[in-house]
Design a binder for this molecule. Structure first.
Ligand SMILES: O=c1[nH]cc([C@@H]2O[C@H](COP(=O)(O)OP(=O)(O)OP(=O)(O)O)[C@@H](O)[C@H]2O)c(=O)[nH]1
Length: 616
């Protein structure tokens, strides 16, 4: 949803978020902003003592992060984005500036300093507008900061260490994440909560209003600048894309129609008045850009899939820039069709276009070319060739309440050899992106052996053995999956501590292990099969051993997660479903696993750990 026309002002610009923070990405994308993410390479080590205030330090760091990205992008293709956003969050307590802890001891030092006290969280933000003049990068920087006061409860040493061991503190300023487990440490917050999480959205919108709608004399009394203008006021500020920015054509005094339902993802913004040929006055609703974007969403996905299938991103990874004609030759397609596809990819932020031709964006280089550890090419191809067809049955699946496709089209997602390999590629790319976070969500160093059930290409096993030098992992998967594992072994990095065992975890004996891993497995199955599997795991797991389940755990407010399409995916594809923490807790407890704990492992994945109790 795009609530604010001021965010819409940016929809037609190429916006880049110069940050690796998943929280910033989430806050801004939930606000309806469209942008690319290019993490900054600026080293955060400015001399803190040389700044008059902590926030001056945060602002300068934010600015340097954004400027580094602007100049790198400009150098790469001689064209910088229109807007680059940088941010830096710090915590101050007793005159000290705390950033992200470097290790657990550092996290402990930070959290001990915050224990039982009030502290301030500052986020500095820089909005850099770029343009290219005579091949030179020209920038205009707007900056601001926001302060929020947070008070921690008195916390015991045990609780502090339990929190540190959850792994959550490590990539967070001050060593805590208020949006997750860290929220339990906090007694009160004064100020903007999102500022603590990493991005002061409210102040950002005010800054945009200031930049994009400088007050006209007659507005000065009407627009209150110490708050985000209410929606009506924003509508009056709407630009030519949505209405008229000409003050003479504004809506002042006009009646704003409000809808009961529908409209631009929920609300119909006020439009313009006009008379028809009969002289009847009517109101044209404002253009529902967000809704049209939803309606057209499938076209964007299909464009991405097609470019992947035609290996456009591979071609441009090998050689760039290239003109449409050269690319068409290499992918064996028509020039006019190729040019259209390429331009759509530019609009989608997947490619960049300059005078000398087209290039991949960093995002496409990393994730859409078919090679590379973090390639999602396999996932895109799986979505194109399989998920796409299954989703045509969504209406039927919704009517029936179960996956009608399951019986008709597939017994399991792994079918023909080609399909199998494609599914494995999809899972491999996805798992590589999240494996480290899953491996570090809890401290698993007490385990010396693990068994990854349905561990596919061993991507999670690899992350675990890299993280825990004493750990040996056995990967169990169907024989027809294990057969293809050699295609996925990274050169020279095969570790002797990983072994692959062909087998069916519903039928064959499970290998002995202290820790059993079920990553993205349980959601594939209905409750009766989950019970069957957990009972087998429970039978093999010794008291004190563990079970680690990696899944998207549903929150109470189910609509709040960006991963809900996944739940429809399960509806059309399998008989399984996503579950909430109470549901996982109940399932695990029923099979003798206690002390069930949850940790987040990134945007779309959570980890649940349970410990096998001694039988009564
Ligand atoms: O309660 C919370 N407090 C802070 C955070 C996250 O902490 C980091 C702050 O670090 P920084 O500003 O340096 O940003 P990075 O993550 O290193 O990304 P950049 O590439 O922008 O430097 C930030 O991620 C906050 O979101 C939190 O999550 N909760």
């Amino acid at each position: 949803m795009v609530l604010s026309p001021v965010i819409r002002k940016l929809l037609h610009k190429r916006v880049v978020l110069a940050s690796a923070s998943p929280r910033r990405r989430e806050i801004l994308s939930h606000a309806g902003l469209r942008f690319e993410v290019v993490p900054s390479r600026f080293k955060e080590k400015l001399d803190k003592a040389s700044f008059p205030t902590p926030y001056a330090y945060a602002i300068e760091t934010a600015k340097q992060k954004a400027l580094e990205v602007a100049s790198r992008m400009h150098q790469k293709d001689l064209r910088a984005p229109d807007v680059v956003i940088g941010a830096d969050t710090i915590v101050t307590v007793g005159g000290l500036i705390l950033e992200k802890p470097v290790d657990k001891q550092d996290a402990y030092r930070m959290l001990s300093r915050l224990n039982g006290k009030e502290h301030s969280v500052f986020t500095g933000v820089a909005i850099v507008h770029c343009c290219t003049k005579d091949g030179q990068l020209d920038t205009e920087v707007s900056e601001f900061h926001e302060e929020t006061t947070v008070k921690f409860s008195e916390l015991s040493e045990e609780l502090l260490w339990e929190y540190i061991d959850s792994g959550e503190p490590m990539d967070k300023a001050g060593g805590y994440g208020i949006q997750a487990l860290g929220g339990m440490l906090v007694e009160y917050v004064h100020g903007d909560f999102l500022n603590v999480v990493g991005f002061p959205l409210n102040h950002f919108c005010k800054k945009l209003v200031e930049l994009y709608y400088p007050p006209r004399r007659k507005d000065v009394q009407r627009v209150k600048h110490d708050s985000i203008p209410p929606v009506d006021t924003f509508e009056n500020l709407s630009d030519t894309e949505q209405g008229s920015s000409d003050p003479a054509q504004g809506n002042e005094g006009g009646s704003h129609r409000r809808a009961e339902a529908g409209g631009d993802r929920g609300q119909i913004p006020a439009g313009s008045q006009g008379a028809d040929s009969n002289g009847t006055v009517g109101i044209t609703p404002q253009f529902p850009a967000g809704l049209l974007e939803l309606i057209d969403g499938f076209k964007a996905s299909k464009a991405l899939f097609t470019a992947c299938k035609l290996k456009v991103f591979d071609v441009l990874k090998d050689e760039a820039p290239l003109k449409a004609m050269d690319i068409a030759g290499k992918i064996d397609a028509s020039v006019c069709g190729t040019e259209r596809l390429l331009d759509v990819c530019v609009a989608l932020g997947l490619l960049e276009k300059a005078d000398r031709g087209y290039c991949n964006t960093d995002l496409a280089d990393l994730h859409l070319a078919s090679d590379g550890e973090y390639s999602l090419h396999g996932l895109a191809m799986h979505s194109n060739d399989h998920a796409w067809n299954l989703f045509t049955d969504l209406e039927l699946a919704v009517r029936e309440g179960a996956n009608v496709a399951f019986g008709r089209k597939a017994e399991h997602p792994v079918q023909s050899k080609q399909t199998k390999l494609q599914f494995m590629r999809a899972m491999h790319g996805l798992t590589n992106l999240t494996a480290r976070q899953v491996a570090t969500a809890f401290d698993l160093s007490r385990f010396t052996s693990a068994c990854d059930l349905g561990g596919c290409t061993g991507a999670l096993a690899r992350a675990l053995t890299q993280q825990y030098p004493r750990l040996k992992v056995t990967v169990v998967d169907l024989p027809e999956v294990i057969e293809h594992v050699p295609c996925f072994q990274p050169e020279g990095r095969q570790t002797e501590r990983i072994s692959f065992v062909p087998g069916d975890f519903f039928k064959d004996d499970l290998p002995e292990a202290e820790l059993y891993l079920l990553s993205r497995i349980l959601h594939e199955w209905p409750d009766d099969k989950v019970h069957e599997l957990l009972s087998r795991v429970s039978g093999s797991c010794k008291p004190g051993g563990g079970i680690l389940v990696a899944e998207t755990v549903l929150e109470e407010n189910r609509a709040a997660r960006g991963s809900l399409p996944a739940s429809l995916n399960l509806l059309v594809r399998t008989q399984g479903r996503e579950r909430s923490l109470p549901e996982y807790r109940r399932l695990l407890e029923q099979h003798g696993f206690w002390d069930v704990r949850l940790a987040h492992a990134g945007d779309r994945l959570d980890v649940v750990l349970g410990t096998r109790a001694s039988p009564p």
